[in-house]
Design a protein. Structure first.
Length: 532
């Protein structure tokens, strides 16, 4: 590759503890570089031994984010897409299991010519190859290494990015290390020692950071940053403080105001165009407006032990509200506690109801009860994937088909209004076997879906195995619903809506994955507008 076409690399690692915001930091760097007119790509390297994120429990790891080409990935890819307004693909997610699978497959095929296959150089070279391949065609490629520096499972990725400058040139690489500055309220001090140790750990593995992003609860005094600079060897102008913010969307502005954009551009010898961040600044103003009126939305959830399980749904709701100069108050409502007899008590305090996706039969009856309540009481309802399936069950039951069900909830139901796709029977426990990624949908004219989208053909991302049973589609009118979006050949129901209702719309796909903070998705805008 000629030097003129050589991509530049920004590697983002983390120290001290997990969950300090590497993903937001990487996405924010992508945001400010893209605002300079540069073409930017981004990739997450995760040390889990999984091949992809499809089988990870969202209660432990947060939501599974699906790309347009059907990759099941870590939720950080959602941050990347929202902050950078791009559509990523499979290549932007690299997990240890995927790397090892390839290396072992190559070994079985004799591609190593009888050599002993080892972590170094074979696994690390494979990681490097993936990074270089994914960077092709872009000015800058950002790579976030998951986990915390020092974790055993992440060492091969750290070694791989240590080796990469020897392949692509050290002058084409910037290393950003995200560290934590704890504040001891008892003594009123910020402690830099954990951050110092995190830098020392990274240097011990052969990587000298160029930039430090110092996370903290509050802004630290200048002397703390001076001390961190002295003991880490990173110049003060290359250290940016990232105290807790009112909105995560403030972070790109904080990084830019801290001069880090200039530092990265200078180190990589990139064109020094001024960043165009006015629209982003306006977004942040709306996102942090504490005087805006508030709408209350109930999310009927089954994954309650991790705030990241419905990340994209929450961000899509917020974006739609900000677009109308409102704020949202999201109330998590436990799906396992809702019944037809207590639905009024548990749901009457919210302005609208969202039933998001999920897997397994736990909490499904509660989601059906929530949809039944929304249909009967004319409460605005937005159903996402599983939310559509439970809405169809709810409409059937409300109309008198009391034993209507999904085979996910009752495999032996006599009226399976939601059924398994024929080609997926027997694969219910395996990964990567569902309808995944972008599929086309044809919207029926003169419907709520038509009014919401204002177009007749759309592409949306899917992640599901169960479909509306076509044997019951002729019954939809007497159930009070309409199949307002279908596959181009008409064989699959993609959207349903209630016929006589202020706003009751549900989709088999996940519209939240395509929403952006400054370009909210039409389904969410329609829902929020109905509440307003």
């Amino acid at each position: 590759m000629s030097k003129r076409n050589q991509p530049k690399y920004v590697f983002v690692t983390g120290g001290v503890l997990s969950g300090i915001g590497k993903g937001i930091t990487a996405a924010s760097i992508g945001n400010i570089l893209k605002s300079r007119g540069l073409s930017v790509n981004i990739q997450k390297c995760d040390p889990y031994l999984n091949v992809d994120a499809g089988t990870l429990n969202p209660g432990e790891h947060g939501e599974c984010f699906v790309t347009v080409d059907g990759a099941e990935t870590d939720l950080d890819l959602g941050h990347y897409e929202r902050f950078m307004d791009i559509e990523l693909k499979q290549s932007s997610s690299l997990m240890s299991g995927q790397v090892l699978q390839k290396v072992i497959s190559d070994e079985r095929a004799g591609k190593y010519l009888g050599k002993t296959v080892q972590i170094i150089p074979h696994v690390t070279t494979s990681i490097g190859d993936s990074i270089i391949e994914t960077a092709k065609g872009f000015d800058v490629h950002i790579v976030e290494i998951g986990g915390t520096v020092g974790d055993y499972e992440g060492l091969s990725f750290i070694e791989a990015i240590r080796e990469l400058p020897m392949r692509v040139g050290r002058e084409n690489c910037v290393f950003v290390h995200v560290v934590y500055l704890p504040y001891l309220s008892a003594s009123g001090e910020f402690k830099t020692k954990p951050a110092q140790n995190a830098v020392r750990e990274l240097r011990g593995l052969g990587i000298v950071p160029d930039v430090l992003a110092a996370r903290s609860e509050y802004e630290a005094p200048d002397e703390a940053i001076e001390k961190l600079s002295l003991f880490s060897g990173v110049p003060e102008e290359a250290i940016v403080q990232l105290p807790n913010a009112k909105s995560i969307y403030q972070v790109p502005l904080t990084i830019e105001d801290g001069g880090i954009g200039k530092v990265i551009v200078s180190k990589l010898s990139l064109s020094k165009h001024k960043p165009a961040l006015k629209k982003w600044s306006n977004l942040v103003s709306r996102a942090t407006d504490e005087t805006a009126p508030i709408i209350k939305i109930g999310v009927v959830a089954k994954y309650l032990n991790n705030q990241d399980t419905y990340m994209s749904v929450f961000e899509a709701l917020k974006a739609a509200a900000w677009d109308r100069n409102y704020q949202v108050d999201i109330d998590w409502i436990d799906a396992e506690k809702i019944t037809t007899s207590n639905a009024v008590k548990l749901l009457s305090h919210v302005d609208g109801i969202v039933v998001p996706g999920g897997f397994g039969n736990r909490g499904l009856e509660g989601k059906v009860a929530a949809a039944q309540y929304a249909l009967k009481e004319k409460i605005p309802y937005l159903g996402l994937c599983l939310g559509l399936q439970m809405a169809v069950v709810a409409a059937a039951r409300n109309a008198g088909l009391e034993d209507a069900n999904s085979v996910e909830l009752d495999p032996n139901t006599k009226n399976p209004v939601i059924n398994t796709m024929n080609d997926q029977r027997g694969k219910e426990a395996t990964g990567g076997t569902m309808r995944l990624g972008n599929y086309p949908c044809k919207i029926q004219k003169h419907t709520l879906a038509d009014k919401t989208y204002k177009k007749s053909k759309i592409q949306e991302r899917h992640r599901h195995r169960y479909e509306c049973n076509n044997d019951y589609r002729d019954d939809y009118p007497k159930w009070g619903i309409d199949a307002s979006g279908v596959s181009p050949d008409g064989t699959l129901v993609e959207m349903i809506e209630a016929v006589d209702h202020p706003f009751f719309l549900a989709s088999q796909f996940h519209p939240e994955l395509a929403s952006r903070p400054n370009k909210p998705h039409p389904m969410f805008v329609g829902f929020v507008s109905a509440l307003i």
